[in-house]
Design a protein around this ligand. Structure first.
Ligand code: PA5
Length: 446
């Protein structure tokens, strides 16, 4: 059964169907660019040429990694969010009672307290550390690598290397040097596969495989969407990704500067954070872009939904549901009269009813909405969804005439933090910081 994007409510309020036509008319140049960049190897998330090597390297590694009780991932941004989404979607046991392993821990923040709790409680002999960084130089990841390497060495001596795998660029970067220096097992993040487009490479799939998730099915799902685009770029004009991109660009031009990702597949809620990073880092450029707003159904009906429905009319919505949901146990026939209409119905019927109710309410409030209906919620389906959204993000960026594959604005904060820590070569940043800190403070206590 195919997954479906339902378009009947896409154009609402001040967004007219005509508004996307100008962008749809650009499918010719977009197809040519797609063909060119695929041929040049610049879009590996679509061409997936890395797959055979990845499969060759992962297959023998999986039995080894499954020998551990714990996997500790060090990584941030695109090097962490895909793995977390897959963990929550397909191996949710760790968050529930009675779980007896395996356990995946993702250290994607600078939080000394949490880090101490992890290193204080994990047993090095039972733990595999996976250090993930495309650049191999991201400070948050590298500093955790230093500390974890000491932790492993202290406990395990010379055999510490067996407990560490690196996922990084094939040639460049500090972590690649470390892998070479210490003979660490290393998997490659292919050239041109930027962090937020890399979840379906070793970056996300190694943690997924550790959890017993069908990582090949994730790749198969992605390939089912990627293949037609990569092999026949001229078909881009008919692709759902391109249609979504035209809609997104039309929205932005009409002043809709927030994109809700309303996930009514509760197990997939963490895909909201994955999508938010993909959309924001790719498209927030040159004063353009729409702010992604991840929301979880039904939880956020009792939270931020009020703002969606009755706040500023600047929001559009990607509304995600699945036709495959466990219904759970039924309500008894002794449910009190005031709730009699629930009798004999399954618990799961609430999710379907509330999803419909909220979707209708959003539409009635004039929120332009695309309903993405997944026919199932398997790893294969998730792979297809991820790829469809990645391609849509890429095409939206191209329609905006910005580069959706870089993220230059976030560099300034990193340089300033390095300067603050005493790194050399940051004279300008040091001077700017001095000026910033010299401004008289304006304080109000509470
Ligand atoms: O999407 C991106 O490119 C970024 O968010 C990166 O994933 C993040 O900055 C981490 O980079 P790296 O994988 O090089 O450590």
């Amino acid at each position: 059964m195919p997954h479906v994007i339902e378009w009947s409510r896409a154009y609402a309020h001040r967004l007219t169907p005509d508004s996307a036509l100008t962008f749809k008319a650009r499918s010719g140049p977009i197809a040519r660019r797609l063909a060119q960049e695929c041929a040049a190897g610049e879009l590996p998330f679509l061409t997936m040429g890395f797959r055979p090597k990845l499969e060759r390297e992962m297959a023998p590694l999986v039995p080894r990694i499954k020998g551990y009780r714990h996997m500790l991932v060090l990584g941030i941004g695109g090097s962490a969010l895909g793995a977390r989404a897959m963990q929550r979607a397909f191996a949710p046991g760790q968050d529930g009672p009675g779980h007896s392993g395996p356990w995946l821990w993702i250290a994607d923040n600078v939080c000394a307290e949490r880090f101490e709790a992890l290193l204080g409680n994990l047993v090095p002999a039972q733990t595999l550390v996976v250090c993930i960084s495309k650049s191999g130089g991201t400070i948050e990841t590298v500093v955790q690598y230093f500390l974890v390497r000491d932790w492993l060495k202290d406990a395990l001596g010379a055999s510490w290397q067996e407990h560490m795998i690196v996922v990084t660029d094939e040639q460049k970067g500090y972590l690649r040097q470390e892998a070479n220096r210490h003979g660490l097992t290393a998997l490659e993040v292919p050239d041109f596969l930027g962090g937020r487009y890399s979840a379906l490479s070793a970056v996300g799939l190694l943690p997924a495989a550790f959890l017993g998730i069908d990582w090949r099915a994730l790749l198969d799902g992605a390939a089912s969407v990627a293949r037609p685009l990569a092999q026949n770029p001229d078909s881009v004009g008919d692709s759902p990704s391109f249609a979504l991109a035209c809609w997104a660009k039309a929205l932005e031009d009409a002043g809709y500067n927030q994109m809700i990702f309303f996930c009514y597949i509760p197990q997939w809620a963490a895909y909201g954070d994955w999508f938010a990073q993909l959309w924001a880092e790719s498209l927030g450029k040159e004063g353009q872009g729409s702010q992604p707003v991840p929301a979880t159904g039904v939880t956020d009906q009792h939270s931020i939904n009020q703002m969606f429905l009755s706040g500023p009319r600047n929001k559009a919505c990607l509304f995600l549901t699945s036709r495959e949901q466990v219904q759970g146990r039924n309500f008894g026939m002794d449910v009190p009269d005031q709730w009699a209409w629930l009798r004999a119905k399954p618990f799961g019927s609430l999710l379907e009813a509330e999803a419909l109710g909220t979707r209708m309410a959003l539409c009635k409030s004039g929120v332009p909405l695309l309903h993405v209906e997944m026919s199932e919620r398997t790893p294969r389906a998730a792979g297809a969804l991820m790829l469809m959204l990645e391609a849509a993000t890429l095409f939206t960026g191209w329609l905006m005439d910005i580069n959706p594959l870089d993220q230059p604005a976030v560099e300034l904060g990193k340089r300033l933090a390095n300067a603050r820590l005493g790194a050399t070569g940051y004279a300008q940043e040091n001077a700017d910081m001095e000026e910033f800190l010299s401004a008289p403070r304006v304080e109000q206590t509470f």
